[in-house]
Design a protein around this ligand. Structure first.
Ligand code: HEC
Length: 124
């Protein structure tokens, strides 16, 4: 009986540890975005407005789109901000409403991957 009690307590601890870990796991997943897969997504969905190299001036789009590739700019933006713009669209962060919301098109992992790819623009 005493043993079962201890086991139950241990199990309880594990559940607490596991649930307190999940935000860490989430940001680790974002940090571990796959830039190669992100490139595929970017070229398919984003380059029309942002340009293939993130410098803006995509052919299909007239309102000015600021460069994502500007040094000293995008690397100061936290992943959480980039994820918010991409997920919810420009309006949600006080930017242009021409930046669409991607939450019905892309998964969280897709968005993490595309963020990893955007970050390669300035890493070079
Ligand atoms: C229909 C055109 C369009 C498409 C497609 C588009 N964007 Fe945008 N995006 C914009 C505009 C316009 C802005 C606002 C630019 C500004 O205010 O400087 C923006 C802003 C952003 C920003 C914020 C930049 C900043 O300076 O804060 C990010 C990040 C971004 N887009 C990523 C993406 C990604 C990733 C995709 C593809 C999944 C994408 N965009 C597709 C038009 C577009």
């Amino acid at each position: 009986m005493g043993r079962n009690g201890a086991r139950a307590a241990l199990f309880g601890c594990l559940v607490v540890v596991a649930s307190s870990l999940s935000p860490v796991t989430l940001s680790a997943a974002i940090a571990a975005g796959d830039a190669r897969h992100g490139e595929t997504i970017f070229l398919r969905y984003c380059q029309g407005c942002h340009g293939p190299d993130g410098r803006g001036g995509g052919k299909g789009f007239m309102p000015h789109v600021g460069p994502l590739a500007r040094k000293g700019y995008i690397e100061t933006m936290p992943d959480g901000y980039l994820a918010a713009v991409i997920t919810e669209g420009g309006l949600a962060v006080g930017k242009s409403a021409y930046m669409p919301s991607w939450k019905t098109t892309l998964t969280e992992q897709d968005i993490a991957d595309v963020i990893a790819f955007i970050r390669t623009f300035v890493a070079e």
